[in-house]
Write a protein that binds this ligand. Sequence first.
Ligand code: B16
Ligand code: MG
Length: 218
Amino acid sequence: MKTKGFIFDLDGVIVDTAKYHFLAWKNLANSLGFDFTEIQNEQLKGVSRVESLKKILAWGNTTVSDEKFQELMALKNTEYLEFINKMDDSEILPDVPRVLDYLIEIKQGVSLGSASKNARTILEKVHLLSKFKTIVDGNDVSKAKPDPEVFLNAAKSLNIKPEDCVVFEDSVAGIQAANTAHMVSIGIGSKDVLHEADYIFNDFTEISTEFINKIINN
Ligand code: B16
Ligand code: MG
């Protein structure tokens, strides 16, 4: 069997941390005197922390000094980490461990490619850190998705050519990043949103070993 690289996004693919980002951003927005909706939160999926705060302040027609901006970023992250610290294995999305274990069993490269600077902490909390051969996260990249930097770095870290990599992603920007990197893009979520992906599944329960074998041998 060939060896390919399988790169997993974190939020929305392995765990649903978007709900915690939402609560922390909403409290921050409310403290500044405006609201923040779930619809707006959707637009922050896969977007870095800095870019998220810029968007939120713009939605609230608010400008702050650079110093205050840094303070708000830290405040949000402190509250977000309070939620993260309560996470455990029960928050892993359905069948993610089955697919990870199968890929490891058949000796494929497994990497994380996430925009989050908290990726390692989250993987530790849900006891999945040891499943990843390499991790590329928000601490390692300077360009956010849809730029392919995060996935290209993940391919490099696995020592596998980008064309031999497969990306699991829940965000449009992430699918675009994978496509730009000439990787196979697999959307996890709705067909209406992720139509640019090469393949789309609602979740990992729909991803069979036959499908994985087919992707590897293609
Ligand atoms: P942090 P992903 C992304 O994770 C989230 O989808 C996005 O909402 C968040 O702003 C970003 O991580 C940065 O997270 O504040 O923890 O550094 O989907 O790329 O795994
Ligand atoms: Mg995501």
